[in-house]
Design a protein around this ligand. Sequence first.
Ligand SMILES: [Zn+2]
Length: 235
Amino acid sequence: MDAQLQTLIDLQAFDARIAALDAEAARLPRQIEALHASLAEARKTAETVKARVDVTRKELRLKEKDLEAIAAKRAKLEARLWEVKTNKEYSAALLEIEESKQEKAKTEEEILALMELQERLGAEVREAEARFTTREEQARHDEGVLRKKLGEVEQELAVVRAERASRARDLSPGLLNDYDRVIRARNGVAVVSVTAAAICGGCRVTIRPQALQELRAATSPMRCESCGRYLYWQD
Ligand SMILES: [Zn+2]
């Protein structure tokens, strides 16, 4: 095979590898970001439940104060029973005591409900925190794996780029220029094979019989008349 053509084929292999490694080097940091986002979400969930526990604790404290106020009021009402002068006043005081009893019962029920809620939320907080801890450990591990992989990809990229640059020196500057232009214009594929089916491996156009003969002789690099890619014959 023509030496120039062989160099083009090699360059294409290097460039395909570089493109794949570039894509990987771009993808890995996004995966690391996704890990951080998922972790932040788990932290937020735990904090939301914790905030609800705080609200419940405050409500409970207020209700307990209410209960104290009700007890104080009740004591006053009971003391008044001894001071009233008329039956009417006595009945009114008894009625107020009855109302106060109902208020106390209602507040006690509310306190009980709040205590149950507090207990349930406490369990939720513990679950959410445990989930967060597990996820944090997993994320730390996964991030380590991804960062190591990224380091390897970057290292390999440097090696392949150097090899590519070295191989590129085997090509005349004019041909290298053309190759670079084609690979940019043709989505990273500048050199394609032609098989017995006689179609361009890039754009699938049929190669003319005469061009096919020249291609099989492979005396110099040939380009597809349709897409401009470099062609090589493959049995
Ligand atoms: Zn073509």
